[in-house]
Design a protein around this ligand. Structure first.
Ligand code: GN1
Ligand code: MG
Length: 367
């Protein structure tokens, strides 16, 4: 995109300061993100984002959710006397003319802008010590949002609904749009074998045994900000904050953090479940969330840990069979490589279910 177009988009928002430069930022698979630097030292920098409205089809509702969430969290942090609040919750900037928190450009693209959090870093890997803090942070995040007065909508309907994700995979297999199905039988069969078991969450929900709470739903490590000393500041990427099972936040964090390699590792021997990270995270999470969790949520933490690599295999794989329309890819087989890496992680997590179950029980007994 031309710099002048980006400058023009930025000028639609009520930002302070004069724009000096705009550079690409981050590695999200869905939205395009830019860092906007201002000339003045006493004015903030900003983050400009193109919202992918093929995926988030109702941007007005999306931004309503996000602003409700950030406003509510800010109030909670103020009430508890927290220091340095501007680095612990995102602030979005309204459009000068509409007052809405997005700008709809003439070409139909949606943009938004938020204040850049200074002296913060994102990570691709975490240690057990930081995972413990992340666990506490997610428990607090869910606790802070438990009494949000606005009703939040599902920004992507059925986002973490495993039955729906299986249906998408079945549809992709049936349509075989990219002609890739024939060679993929072993992976398809392996997924189908475990599918019913992995859809347990939806069944428990229908039976009225499992609640939905407001969750982040994209808690991969890249979506966390840390300060220079390694302390958690906040979770970013709030597009998917919506009602869901608590399994979402536990599972997606472990999927990314407790993987001994990358989400798209080609050498599968390098992909394993890091049990130390699981232990540290679970301990922290239970510490801050135990007061509101039901026994059924606690006893299914091992299920949550399995569910997310399983679900992510299904999602990457359905996209691969469909001809790569959803996730950004860097090479033609990228979604297949991702699927295989996630499947390897799933198998490794699955093998650890007995140890995970013991550990959760032990944690609860000690609290
Ligand atoms: C996407 O936007 P990003 O890259 O943080 C995806 C997540 C997946 C993740 C896999 C809206 O997250 O659900 O788990 O990629 N977000 C959406 O890396 O589909
Ligand atoms: Mg992201």
């Amino acid at each position: 995109m031309e710099k002048s177009e980006l400058f023009d988009i930025i000028s639609q928002f009520s930002i302070n300061g004069t724009v000096k430069e705009v550079k690409t930022l981050g590695n999200g698979l869905i939205n395009d993100t830019f860092k906007v630097t201002t000339k003045e030292a006493d004015q903030p920098d900003y983050v400009l984002q193109h919202v992918n409205n093929a995926i988030f089809t109702d941007v007005d509702m999306l931004m309503h959710n996000i602003v409700a969430v950030t406003t509510h969290i800010r109030k909670k942090l103020e009430a508890s006397g927290t220091q340095d609040i501007d680095r612990k919750v995102l602030s979005f900037i309204p459009n000068r003319s509409t007052g809405k928190y997005y700008f709809l450009a003439a070409d139909g693209k949606y943009w938004r802008i938020m204040v850049f959090i200074p002296d913060a870093v994102t990570k691709t890997e975490v240690t057990p010590a930081s995972s413990y803090d992340v666990g506490i942070a997610f428990g607090n995040f869910q606790a802070m949002l438990s009494d949000i007065p606005e009703k939040l909508s599902e920004t992507i309907p059925d986002f973490h609904n495993m039955e729906f994700r299986m249906q998408q995979l079945r549809d992709a297999i049936k349509a075989d749009k990219a002609g890739r199905v024939a060679e993929m039988r072993p992976l398809i069969d392996a997924i189908m074998t475990d599918a019913d078991e992995m859809c347990k969450g939806e069944r428990l929900y229908r039976e009225g045994k499992l609640p939905k709470r407001i969750c982040h739903c994209d808690t991969k490590v890249d979506n966390l900000m840390f300060d220079q000393a390694g302390n958690v500041l906040c979770v970013i990427d709030l597009d998917t904050v919506m009602p869901n099972f608590v399994f979402s936040d536990i599972g997606d964090f472990l999927r990314s953090a407790a993987n001994t390699s990358k989400e798209d590792e080609k050498e599968l021997d390098k992909v394993n479940f890091n049990f130390e990270i699981f232990k540290a995270f679970t301990k922290g999470y239970l510490k801050s969330a135990k007061s509101f969790l039901l026994p059924i949520e606690i006893e299914n933490i091992p299920y949550a840990a399995m569910l997310f690599p399983f679900m992510q295999t299904v999602r990457f794989f359905a996209d691969y069979l469909d001809g790569d329309n959803y996730y950004k890819i860097q090479y033609p087989e990228h979604n297949l490589v991702r699927s295989r890496a996630q499947w390897k992680l799933y198998e490794s997590v699955r093998a650890a279910v007995p140890q995970m179950t013991d550990f959760v029980q032990q944690c609860i007994a000690e609290m």
